[in-house]
Design a protein around this ligand. Structure first.
Ligand code: CTP
Ligand code: MG
Length: 247
């Protein structure tokens, strides 16, 4: 038996307000699959991942009470690594915490290292090479790991619609993507600390930096876009048809 278990938390419990759809964007479909399913596919197919926890809003997945069990069974059948559907929270941070808590219970009897990759379900086309480099780096180095991309545009600071005479050196600026990953015990510690301090953050790495834990960056991928607005969705649909996301 391996002495390392690798879990993935796929976050899908947001409201998708900026997508302006009349439902959670994770239920929108491209090529006949919901964004949630497209994302589950990527993790199911990847040999680095042992178990998947999908964090969902119960009202999205089970809108019709009678279909509860069937839908859950359908997903588990299609994605054998899907260990459980976990109910999300009010904020992204709450949703991640619920996922971590569920993994803690699932891995309780395991005595080896438990690694967790936290991933925005809205980045449903994450390439396998990104999942592999995040996992490999996490396994070999005692640090947290985040996928990120260097900024390519010139960045300037603006105040009250006026440009300030400040050009931020681009070589030091990277855009954060997900997966963001670390050992389960480190993540639990960082989230408990943030909760205690009432510290909110838009990503998980911020909470790790806050406890002074070292974070390594690995190169993400342009295809690992987060579908946020209707434009993103339309572009992703066209790129999908052009087989841009095929591996
Ligand atoms: N997410 C979540 N639980 C929340 C909020 C967000 O699981 N309470 C998930 C989303 O489903 C998404 C990911 O976190 O996959 C990144 O968040 P974002 O792109 O901001 O999605 P939404 O919060 O759904 O969108 P919006 O902010 O436009 O409402
Ligand atoms: Mg959001």
């Amino acid at each position: 038996m391996s002495d390392v278990l690798t879990y993935a938390i796929i976050l899908a419990a947001g409201r998708g307000e900026r997508m302006l759809a009349n439902k959670n964007k994770m239920l929108l479909e491209i090529g006949g699959n919901s964004l949630l399913e497209l994302c589950l596919n990527r993790f199911q197919e990847n040999k680095c991942i042992d178990h998947i926890f999908a964090v969902v809003a119960p009202e999205d997945i089970f809108p019709d009470k009678q279909s509860d069990i069937k839908l859950k069974d359908d997903l588990s059948e299609k994605y054998p690594k899907l260990a459980s559907l976990v109910a999300g929270g009010k904020t992204r941070q709450d949703s991640v915490f619920n996922g971590l808590d569920a993994i803690k219970k699932h891995a309780a009897v395991f005595s080896g290292r438990v690694l967790v990759l936290i991933h925005d379900g809205a980045r449903c086309f994450v390439p396998s090479a990104v999942l592999e480099s995040v996992t490999d780096t996490l396994k070999t180095e005692r640090c947290a790991v985040v996928a990120a991309m260097p900024v390519t545009d010139t960045i300037r600071q603006i105040s009250n619609c006026r440009l300030e005479d400040l050009q931020v050196p681009r070589e030091h600026l990277w855009q954060m993507q997900t997966p963001q990953a670390a050992d389960l015990d480190i993540l639990l510690h960082a989230f408990a600390h943030a909760d205690h301090e009432g510290f909110p953050a838009t990503d998980d790495i911020a909470l790790l930096l806050r406890i002074g834990y070292p974070v390594r960056v690995v190169r993400g991928d342009r295809r690992n876009i987060k579908l946020t607005t209707p434009d993103d969705f339309e572009m992703a649909r066209l790129l999908y048809e052009a087989e841009y996301f095929n591996e």
